[in-house]
Design a protein around this ligand. Structure first.
Ligand SMILES: [Zn+2]
Length: 170
């Protein structure tokens, strides 16, 4: 599989050394859920240390494909926008279910009480508070809400998972 840069939408890239526990486990999870991504304008790639299409973009954010990471990009008219990196994700966690939720959240502008979920677009530049731990971050309009770097809310095994983790506008 390789990335089609003419297709607008989200790009999720799992990187790592060939045969690593992280890549193997996530590929297995992906095999059971791949059809769920078809309606979501989302592409998923497993890089095995070779991300030809995205080498420049990874270089730009100071990363290489040998690290066992999850990268999230957005393609828009051939332009590549870096959204988020999750470094060294736990290989036992189902990150495919996680990014499926991210892709679903990305498509919705629905929100209640100024609360936003992982993957939703940031509506205005400003400060947002992690409802689980109270950590406050500044986010730029048009980026996406991240996993909380302090309490890991939003991770599959976080205090709240991808569906239940919220950022509140402050
Ligand atoms: Zn938090």
């Amino acid at each position: 599989m390789s990335i089609d840069k003419t297709q607008n939408g989200l790009v999720f890239i799992f990187t790592g050394k060939e045969g690593s526990a992280f890549l193997s486990s996530q590929q297995e999870f992906y095999n059971t859920l791949s059809s769920s991504f078809e309606s979501l304008s989302a592409q998923v790639e497993f890089a095995d240390g070779l991300v030809e299409d995205f080498a420049t973009e990874l270089d730009r954010v100071g990363k290489t494909a040998d690290d066992g990471n999850l990268y999230i990009f957005r393609l828009d008219g051939g332009e590549v926008d870096f959204l988020e990196v999750k470094e060294n994700p736990d290989s036992n966690q189902n990150w495919i279910e996680g990014i499926l939720t991210f892709a679903q959240n990305y498509q919705t502008t629905e929100q209640e009480n100024n609360m936003y979920k992982w993957g939703q677009k940031v509506p205005h530049t400003g400060e947002f508070l992690c409802v689980d731990c109270g950590y406050i971050i500044e986010l730029e309009e048009g980026k996406t809400f991240p996993i909380c770097e302090v309490c890991l809310s939003g991770e599959p095994d976080g205090p709240s998972g991808p569906e239940g983790a919220f950022w509140e506008s402050v």
